[in-house]
Ligand binder design. Sequence first.
Ligand SMILES: [Fe+2]
Length: 262
Amino acid sequence: MNPFNLSYEALMCTNITKKIKLVNELYTLKNECGLDYQSSCKIVVVEYPGRPEKPSLARFNTMPKRGKSDIGFIETIHAICHIEFNAINLALDAAYRFRGMPDQFYKDWIQVAFEESQHFQLLNNYLIELGYQYGDFDGHNGLWKMTHETDYDVLARMALVPRVLEARGLDATPKIQKRFTNSNFKPMVGLLDIIFKDEIGHVKIGNYWYHHLCKQRNLEPIKTFDELIQKHIGEAIRGPFNIEARKLADFTDQELTYLQAN
Ligand SMILES: [Fe+2]
């Protein structure tokens, strides 16, 4: 079966339940070796991936400041749930868009899409338990923006989405967990543990394929990364960095020195 048509269908699907069902289907087919990764399929630009009508998308600077009130914590849970929803689309787009990569590349990103859909469900179920659901607060579009901007090259995508955006999640999670520890929402600490462990794996996959591509193209990884950062972000990535987690995700010592030097 052609994995690209199915990935595209899941990516563009606007219904959450159906999207998760399609991701599960893709994941099962991947595990049963029922996908032919050398199939062809038209590659189209996706300016807006499939998402439900709600949440409405707000600009970063109009997002409310989240305080330490219960509603502030619930907004934070919703914001993380929104990140996980977007992460499903990010992984599906990586599995769909690029051709000529080894089979394992597609398998890796289908695996990531599946795990992100699990994270989304964990958080949405918790929101439901609390009397809310995904869509009750505004979200932002930052993650997709970078995904769309790097649709021209798999190397730029691997450099900037898993290794920058997702890796930021590794830096931020322990601090967020600490805040939840002393709140009325302690189950979040355990949920974030599960998510954190998987996210290390996702960043690791990004690092693996980034270095694979640099080697294949005979490019120096740090110089190439720095050029892409300048081109797409325009300024150095800000710390503090979770060095321990980034090491587990296979950032090299030279890469960590580069990050900390900026
Ligand atoms: Fe995730």
